[in-house]
Design a protein around this ligand. Structure first.
Ligand code: CUA
Length: 339
């Protein structure tokens, strides 16, 4: 009876500690987390309101049911084990009423859900088109009307609705930025539409929400919501071709990039590198992170990444290229110069 012994221990110290850690973690995370309960978009707010409404109904039902249960337990408890209470069966009025009330409650929830979906599923007509393409394991972002392609960090103007078309280049992913509302599957060969909008400047964290292979958890993204003026400046700089390296080390890095496998997978606009497999690196130096949001974009991290990508992102389709430390330093200088 090994389990019986465990059960008697009940509140063993390790359990108390475990629950304490969990509670601490949850409260600590609540302040930081990109929670759906702190929405920053019209769609996110509509969804959070719906959640609050349904939660209120269910909490009300929970309290009523528990109160009746407790009342029944106390009021009708067995006082004399010898006495069998009167046996009753069926109560038509009660059965009809609890069936009707439950059905009405569900009908109200259905109607509210329908209304929220109708109000949030179609982006406004003036929305800026953006295409999101999931890859194992990074995100590609295209702005078709602006002629921009970037990766992992979506820059958007605050207050401007976006018509986001979500698709995938390989397996099913799911695009999710909790505070901006909604989760949208990225399915190969299919285009799903999502209304994205941020009503306050800031950086919003997102994450792939569909198990898509070894580095599913490492498929992160950020949405940078900036002022319309800052967005216009960003668009301007992103549309420019890549900067030509001026420093000798960066020039050396350019040569390494163009002579190694890098060109086969990456595009750098205005250079012979036109690969389509990996992220577009034309302005990689302007991004705050590398490796799908796993690392801050610093020279040290870039060097670590170039040395051994699968060690940082397990399963990474970018292999270990066997670059020498000199080649890595040169590449870091070149890539960092691509602002
Ligand atoms: Cu992509 Cu999970």
């Amino acid at each position: 009876m090994p389990f019986a012994r465990d059960r008697r221990k009940g509140w063993a110290p390790y359990r108390v500690a475990g629950i304490g850690v969990l509670l601490g973690f949850l409260t600590g995370c609540a302040a930081q987390s990109p929670s759906i309960l702190r929405p920053v978009s019209p769609k996110g707010r509509a969804e959070a309101d719906l959640f609050g409404f349904i939660l209120a109904i269910t909490v009300f039902v929970f309290i009523v049911v528990q109160a009746l249960l407790l009342y029944a337990v106390v009021r009708f408890r067995a006082r004399d084990p010898q006495v069998i209470p009167p046996q009753i069966h069926g109560n038509r009025a009660l059965e009809i009423s609890w069936t009707t009330v439950t059905a009405l409650g569900l009908a109200v929830i259905f109607a509210m859900t329908w209304r929220t979906m109708a109000a949030t599923s179609t982006p406004p007509a003036d929305a800026l088109p953006v295409k999101v393409i999931g890859h194992q394991w990074w995100w590609e972002f295209q702005y078709p009307t602006l002629g921009i392609t970037t990766a992992n960090e979506l820059v958007i103007p605050v207050g401007q609705p976006l018509r986001v078309t979500v698709t995938s280049a390989d397996v099913i992913h799911s695009f999710w930025v909790p505070q901006l509302g909604g989760k949208m599957d990225a399915i190969p060969g299919r285009e799903n539409v999502l209304w994205l909008q941020a009503d306050a400047e800031g950086t919003y964290y997102g994450q792939c929400a569909e198990l898509c292979g070894a580095s599913h958890a490492n498929m992160r993204l950020r949405v940078h919501a900036v002022s319309p003026e800052a967005f216009d400046r960003w668009v301007e700089s992103q549309r420019a071709p890549a900067a030509s390296p001026t420093e000798p080390l960066a020039q050396q890095g350019y040569q390494v990039f163009m002579s190694k496998a890098c060109v086969g997978c990456h595009t750098i606009n205005g250079t012979p590198a036109q690969g389509k497999v990996g992220p577009n690196l034309t302005h990689v130096g302007s991004r705050t992170t590398i490796a799908a949001g796993l690392l801050e974009n610093t020279p040290e991290n870039l060097a670590r990444w170039l040395d051994n990508p699968p060690a940082i992102k397990p399963g990474s389709l970018m292999p270990r290229l066997g670059l020498t430390p000199q080649e890595i330093q040169a590449l870091v200088a070149y890539l960092s110069s691509l602002k």
